[in-house]
Design a protein. Structure first.
Length: 104
């Protein structure tokens, strides 16, 4: 499976978790996002090698959940994803932001 295939699979899963299509991959600043939303971008790629040949790649994505009300269970559903870990949270522009790292 290519890195792009993994990203598209993650995108579908994020849409399912959020319950809407308000999921954005590296959105340009000109886009008008609808909330609640998830914004994600590739964070890192780990390659495992043997005999100087890469045989396995793990793609890590920084995933940010953005919403007005932080009383919903969307963060819990994101943390239920395999290989998801919570990094930090912050508030900006009267919105709650929760940042996770998800490997696929």
């Amino acid at each position: 499976m290519t890195l792009e295939d993994r990203r598209l699979k993650l995108h579908s899963e994020l849409c399912r978790v959020l319950g809407s299509r308000n999921v954005y991959y590296d959105p340009p600043s000109s886009i008008n996002m609808k909330y609640p939303a998830i914004v994600y971008s590739r964070y890192r790629v780990d390659t495992r090698k043997a005999d100087n040949i890469g045989y396995l790649r793990d793609a890590g994505f920084s995933v940010t959940l953005i919403r007005k009300d932080d009383d919903d269970d969307c963060l819990d559903r994101l943390l239920d994803l395999p290989f998801a870990s919570f990094d930090r949270s912050f508030s900006a522009d009267n919105m709650h932001h929760d940042v996770l790292t998800v490997f696929v």
